[in-house]
Ligand binder design. Structure first.
Ligand code: FES
Length: 258
């Protein structure tokens, strides 16, 4: 256990715990677009920058990305100094130039008083902040179906050769983790399309609603030993079936008590 000082308040933290985790636990509002518990931090968006120092540094201080900084005893952290706010505003301003149509970035920019970027907007931008959360979660799943291609401002996340990614299983992890919601996908009653690849969907045997792609179900059966029957009903129907069973048990118990 270590003690650190955040904005003047001494708090406890586990040694080696990432500073951003402690800040969030303390309820401190820090923008952190590329951070997600399911993936290792990489510090790509730079938004979680804070100021750190130590008593023995005699006034010296530096700025670090809190998602990548492990806490240590005696650390002094300031999250909203004028310098930190200025750095954050510059990053948000740049992100706004990069993602002019992103609701998430626009909202964040407005919170920092930025209504129009002071930089030149990226032509034909796709509103991706290149945080790599999508490629990292795909890697965690052992698929690596998508990656960054091209260079400079032309760099985009895409499947190999821009074609249907052979390793994609249509799980939607990439689309769901994307902080700016820019990975498009569509579902029909029986199919899902993402990254130009179309998957067959397993539908709920009770209500007919789409449950999961067949490829993702096969992956989960093989990797997590989840039985095939699990994918035959949707979560809502599973919940209703459980509630029905509970009701029957209660009714039987009441009848037995009479
Ligand atoms: S959340 Fe730390 S750099 Fe993005």
């Amino acid at each position: 256990m270590v003690h650190i000082t955040i904005n003047g308040k001494v708090v406890k933290a586990a040694e080696g715990e990432m500073l951003l985790t402690v800040l969030k636990r303390e309820g401190i509002d820090i923008p952190a677009l590329c951070h997600h518990e399911a993936i290792e931090p990489t510090g790509n968006c730079r938004l979680c920058m804070v100021e750190i120092s130590r008593a023995e540094w005699e006034g010296w201080k530096k700025h670090v990305t809190s998602c990548l900084y492990p806490v240590e005893d005696g650390l002094i952290v300031n999250t909203h100094t004028p310098e930190v706010i200025e750095i954050r505003k510059t990053i948000i301003d740049l992100q706004l130039a990069n993602c002019p149509d992103s609701d998430v970035i626009q909202k964040m920019a407005e919170e920092y008083g930025i209504y129009k970027t002071s930089y030149e907007t990226v032509p034909e931008g796709d509103n991706c902040i290149m945080c790599y959360a999508c490629t990292r979660i795909c890697e965690v799943l052992g698929k690596s179906a998508i990656s960054a291609v091209m260079r400079g401002h032309k760099k985009v996340i895409a499947p190999p050769f821009g074609e249907e990614p052979p390793d994609c299983i249509g799980c939607l992890a990439c689309a769901q983790i994307c902080p700016t919601n820019v990975i498009p996908w569509t579902d029909t009653d029986s199919t899902r399309t993402i990254w130009k690849k179309t998957f067959d969907l397993i539908t709920c045997t009770s209500c007919g609603k789409a449950v999961i792609t067949k490829d993702f179900a096969e992956y989960l059966m093989a990797q997590r030993q989840i039985p095939k029957e699990y994918f035959e009903t949707c979560d809502e129907c599973k919940r209703m079936a459980t509630a029905r069973k509970m009701g029957e048990i209660v009714t039987k118990a009441q009848e037995a008590a009479l």
